[in-house]
Design a protein around this ligand. Sequence first.
Ligand code: GUN
Length: 305
Amino acid sequence: MAIILNGARIRDEIKAELVPRVQKLTQTLGRAPGLSVILAGSNAASQIYVAGKTRAARDVGIYSETLTPPESVTTEELLAMVDALNAQPEIDGILVQLPLPAQVDEASVLMRVSPAKDVDGFHPCNVGMLSTGRPGPRPCTPAGIIQLLKRHGIPMSGRRATVVGRSSIVGKPMSMLLVAEDATVTTAHSRTVDLPAVCREADILVAAMGRPAMLTREYIKPGATVIDVGMNRITSRDAAERIYRHDAARLQQFDAKGSVLVGDVDPLAMAEVAGAYTPVPGGVGPLTIAMLMVNTVEAAERKAI
Ligand code: GUN
């Protein structure tokens, strides 16, 4: 039987460890650590993610605020908001929720966040800190995956890892973090030749390409650890039946809601072939928010010393 890697349990552990650090910071700084989130427009998924971030901040004692410019916001207006937050001493962390409305130049807004307050770890300065092994904020989802692996005692040193997907948010930083743990890492993507064979080499397989249930049985080495970062909402009953052919409860969920969440890995293949895996939902998802709290606390700690 495969081990299910429990993201919610590790999230709770990480949050509990933050509470005394937040209390100490609150004494030292004379205020709670502060996080400001910019949530532009009305993307439904983003609203749910940001609500989760606000709840987690409250749980650990971080002050958080959410700024909600309208869908029609311009790049210049967002740059001005970021400038104001950069200058505000009681704000330690700034997060610009993605995606931004289509008319906005996302790269220049992300570049404008002060590297010291960049709790997403997206600023090129912090990408450079990661790639050169210097301390700094690490992107939350891949950093959470490293915590999940470490805290479940899954060795990385010397192991073969394949990361499928090369996004700046997950794939690329994931590969760099695995290299930093002394894994032997391949970054695979849509142009990779013979992707199943490249994936089958992996002791640790990370799926982060945003393609529902794409990695099937022939992509998974028996006994491998499989980390599924995918969060795809499926609205076709046929597709749901194909993917959850073994899971009546999921199909019932589909019938009740008209949709169901599916990762990037075929769930039945993962449960049958992997040695350990993250379920969707409940695997990787909870850790992203926990690591955002870690990055916010660390940004405040750097200020306090
Ligand atoms: N949208 C989806 N994931 C993320 C994330 O990790 N950070 C930000 N800022 N936006 C996101």
